[in-house]
Design a protein around this ligand. Structure first.
Ligand SMILES: [Fe+2]
Length: 271
């Protein structure tokens, strides 16, 4: 299996603080059935802005260390990039990494208040540049939980979705789990990933979610999500949206969280 969203590289962001922890996370990932990881340190999120050069170097060094330790895990460079007004310019200047540095797809993190037209505009701008947008864990975004129509607009603009494995198995609360389940049964997701930051909390585990996915959508679709979609990012397979979400509308019972939950966040997003 591949994990396309991971903060395993040591010392770059709020993920693995040191090499020792990163080794333990790598061993845990391998034990859980993960053979490949795309490392996605935070970029442009207002706290961490990992530089492309630093990520590439850290990834190269970490792969050497893994090899010398005999840990059978391959790590590709990537980034989790927060939606900000400067994102497109940064891409044009070649300052940001695509997933696997393949030039095909970007992992985009939406702020908790993703209102207005900007998210869709950015997805379309990236598409015009030949880059596929993959939205990171939309099920954990309270604005989207309240306004799933935002997500459908993004999907129809060409975005693909990645949910967090722990969301599916109840680690982020009931509303997030139900929303993630909605996304799964309505065929809105293309990827499931750990978003691991440490050994505790968001850790590198995916197997339990994989089993739940299997029980929900069967083997063929699970294999697509867990195994085959890696080629959408790393190989030359064309990315195309396979399911028209409107065809599945009858199955979707969107879960809404109280507006008050959103008001607790002080992050504003408009331009
Ligand atoms: Fe992340």
């Amino acid at each position: 299996m591949i994990d396309i969203h991971s903060h395993i590289l040591p010392g770059l962001d709020d993920g693995a603080p040191d090499l020792k922890t990163a080794f333990k996370m790598a061993k845990r990932a391998v034990k859980d059935g993960i053979a490949e990881v795309i490392a996605t340190p935070h970029c442009l999120d207002g706290v961490h802005n990992c530089r492309k050069e630093d990520i590439l170097l850290a990834c190269q060094q970490f792969n050497k260390e893994l090899y010398s330790q005999g840990i059978p895990l391959k790590v590709y460079p990537g980034a989790e990039i927060r939606l900000t007004p400067e994102l497109i310019d940064c891409f044009r200047r070649g300052e940001l990494l695509t997933l696997g540095d393949s030039g095909k797809a970007v992992l985009l993190e939406l702020p908790q208040r993703c209102i207005g037209e900007a998210p869709v505009k950015v997805v379309k701008q990236l598409k015009d540049m030949g880059i596929q947008t993959i939205i990171a864990h939309p099920e954990r975004n309270f604005t989207i939980q309240n306004h799933p129509d935002i997500l459908d607009e993004l999907i129809f603009s060409g975005a693909l979705l990645q949910i967090t494995a722990d969301s599916l198995i109840g680690k982020f609360g009931r509303s997030t789990t139900l929303f993630a389940e909605n996304l799964v049964v309505s065929d809105r997701i293309h990827f499931i990933a750990t978003d691991c930051h440490s050994l505790r909390g968001r850790s590198p585990r995916i197997h339990k979610a994989y089993k739940k996915l299997l029980s929900m959508v069967g083997m063929a679709r699970t294999q697509e999500i867990v195994l085959e979609n890696r080629d959408l990012i790393l190989n030359s397979i064309e990315i195309s949206w396979q399911v028209n979400p409107s065809e599945k509308e009858q199955q979707v019972q969107w879960i809404k969280v109280p507006e008050a939950t959103i008001e607790k966040t002080n992050e504003e997003y408009k331009w």
